[in-house]
Design a protein around this ligand. Structure first.
Ligand SMILES: *Cc1c(COP(=O)(O)O)cnc(C)c1O
Length: 383
């Protein structure tokens, strides 16, 4: 066997032995709620489609009309020939929605963080990242060549300590966090983070992938903290907005620099017009319907009340079981009961904190939530 095959097979076997091998399971999403897998219909609590917009008629119609009018692909990087007016319209709309001067869209949220962070910091600089922040924030920090260090989750005293001891030795300092934490569902104290950053001349980046459409009346976690100054507001179009793509909302100078220098923007093909058109339709719905945006948290809170868990702060509720194999078994049990609930294992979450990650959406029926809560209570009692 050649060395490449030997490496890949040994690595897979080692991961398999630790219940850490991942496999794709072909899944058909039937609508924004139900999926079909292995010939069975399951109610999904594993999608980030918090408002069930991925199958909304208005989004589909907008995408179809844009395909008919403009075709399927952008054709090139936006700096070459791929800058479509629909994408420009989406950026203006996102900036207004987030109350910033400008915005820039990316191919995905992952590409937004890995493009933005290295545009602003590099060798000699310091990036302080909440230890539970999303993998792509860490990827961006590492790619930048700046020193990257973790502060304990939502621990302002620890961050203050790090800033006090390390600010002077660094050039520029970026503090980066999720707004709503993707695997824990809790919320960063953006007002106090912003105060700390102001006191130490550090720049705050918040990634609100799980906040938009769900918290702050649909405008995201920054709207919960009106006094917070967040110069980098990152997010995704792929979750509550039901489509695909990422964005940065920021000042005009920051966005102009991103469009000149961020490598995941400059050297990557522009967003397909239909993707931008469906995101615009999603923003129409989110801005018009506060009751829709309030629904996912209400559903999550119904669940946490019935399951005897701490009250949900967002649409994401973790049920921490600890070991990877027990969590996989729990996920399989829930599938037998008709629910898709994903098991989240290291390295996505720290070792020993494998969990069921339950994502609630506006359309989840209350009786099914009650049935899921009863199953989860039974699992926790058994474990
Ligand atoms: C999902 C997620 C991303 C990645 O966004 P994509 O558009 O799926 O690439 C980035 N940041 C956070 C916090 C996320 O939860």
């Amino acid at each position: 066997m050649d060395s490449l095959q030997a490496f890949a097979e040994a690595k897979l076997a080692a991961l398999e032995a630790k219940s850490l091998k991942r496999t794709l399971v072909e899944t058909r999403r039937l609508d924004g709620l139900w999926i079909e897998r292995d010939g069975r219909r399951l109610l999904s609590f594993s999608c980030n489609d918090y408002l069930n917009l991925s199958h909304h008629p208005a989004l589909k119609a907008a995408a179809v009309a844009a395909v008919e009018a403009h075709g399927t692909g952008a054709g090139a990087s936006r700096l070459v020939t791929g800058d479509h007016p629909v994408v420009e319209r989406l950026e203006a709309r996102l900036a207004a929605f987030k109350n910033t001067k400008a915005a820039c869209v990316f191919g995905s949220g992952y590409l937004a963080n890995t493009g933005v962070i290295p545009t602003f910091v590099g060798p000699g600089d310091l990036v302080l990242v909440d230890e539970l922040a999303h993998a792509c924030i860490w990827a961006g920090a590492k790619l930048s060549g700046a020193e990257a260090a973790a502060f304990r989750h939502n621990d302002l005293a620890h961050l203050a300590d790090l800033l006090a001891t390390r600010r002077a030795g660094a050039g520029k300092v970026l503090v980066a966090t999720d707004g709503v934490f993707s695997m824990d569902g809790d919320i960063a104290p953006l007002d106090q983070l912003s105060d700390l950053c102001a006191a130490h001349d550090a720049w705050l980046l918040s990634d609100d992938a799980h906040g938009v459409g769900v918290v702050g009346g649909g405008r995201g976690s920054a709207a919960l903290f009106p006094t917070a100054r967040i110069p980098f507001q990152i997010g995704t179009l792929s979750k509550a907005l039901g489509g695909y793509g990422g964005y940065l909302c920021a000042s005009k100078a920051v966005v102009d620099l991103v469009k000149t220098r961020a490598r995941t923007f400059v050297y990557s093909t522009g967003m397909p017009p239909a993707v931008a058109a469906s995101a615009l339709a999603a923003l129409d719905l989110i801005e018009a319907d506060p009751a829709l945006c309030a629904a996912p948290i209400a559903k999550a809170r119904l669940f946490t009340r019935l399951a005897g868990l701490p009250e949900a702060q967002s649409a994401v509720v973790p049920v921490i079981l600890g070991e990877a194999d027990a969590t996989l078994a729990a996920s399989r049990r829930l599938a037998e009961a008709g629910f898709s609930v994903v098991a989240i294992r290291p390295p996505t979450v720290p070792v020993g904190t494998a969990r069921l990650r339950i994502a609630f959406s506006a359309g989840h029926p209350d009786d099914e939530i009650a049935r899921l809560a009863a199953e989860v209570v039974r699992l926790r009692e058994a474990g």
